[in-house]
Design a protein around this ligand. Structure first.
Ligand code: CDP
Length: 223
């Protein structure tokens, strides 16, 4: 039987990973967080003191990096080391969209993502999943929410995990707006809703309401 593939795209902080993780668990799908891969490369670039516009060095790093995910997709192992915390620092968030603009880097990561998706029932989230990584996905969902709501969710998430540090709500909101602008305007695979994606505005919905909606859409997929 053919594998199921679900693509979840949308702007920063729309709740993609929270929702995708829950859907994965309930529907027994493999969850792949592609944003974590772009973040991991950005983390390595910063750690090694490489300039964020040094395309050749960045592409070399990507070609020599391995990615593994824990079963529920919430932990990422980069070259065998658990980097789940380091990839979510404000420093990485501030630089990741600049690094993600590099076309040749995207090609390397998209290939790795397609390999991860081979032979599994997957739910994958990111910016270009429905448009480039899994263009034939059985279901494509585009999650949105107002900027205010997305910034509030991200700030509360950081505060809950004690990761906000000295970062203010305004700084979180500014980062979200900046990343959306860069992600939507880059040349290769910009953030855009796939023509055949179902758009869900989550501004006034709870996580479970979004999860239930996606599950009912998956159940409608003709297998
Ligand atoms: O979780 P959050 O919404 O903060 O973002 P993320 O999914 O962790 O992605 C971080 C950044 O990686 C995005 O702002 C994009 O610049 C980039 N990204 C991308 O270009 N393509 C993807 N498929 C996923 C992420």
């Amino acid at each position: 039987m053919k594998n199921i593939s679900v693509a979840i795209d949308g702007p920063a902080g729309a709740g993609k990973s929270t929702v995708a993780k829950k859907v994965a668990k309930k529907m027994d799908l493999l969850y792949i967080d592609t944003g974590a891969m772009y973040r991991a490369i950005t983390f390595l670039v910063l750690q090694e003191g490489i300039a964020i516009d040094d395309e050749q060095k960045i592409i070399n790093i990507a070609k020599n990096t391995t990615f593994d995910f824990s079963k529920d997709g919430s932990e990422i192992f980069v070259n065998g080391e658990n980097r789940s915390k380091e990839i979510r620092t404000p420093m990485v968030s501030e630089n990741v969209s600049f690094v993600s603009q590099i076309g040749a880097l995207r090609t390397v990561l998209v290939n790795a993502q397609q390999k991860l998706a081979d032979n599994h029932d997957v739910i994958m989230d990111g910016r270009d999943i429905g448009t480039h990584v899994l263009p034939k996905a059985d279901l494509k969902v585009f999650l949105t929410a107002s900027v205010e709501e997305r910034a509030t969710r991200r700030f509360e998430e950081l505060s809950r995990q004690n990761k906000a540090g000295s970062v203010t709500f305004e700084a979180v909101k500014k980062n979200i707006i900046q990343r959306d602008t860069i992600d939507s305007n880059r040349e290769q695979a910009p953030l855009v809703k796939a023509e055949d994606a179902v758009e869900i505005d989550t501004t006034t919905l709870t996580t479970n309401e979004v999860v239930d909606r996606i599950i009912s859409l998956i159940r409608k997929i003709h297998r």
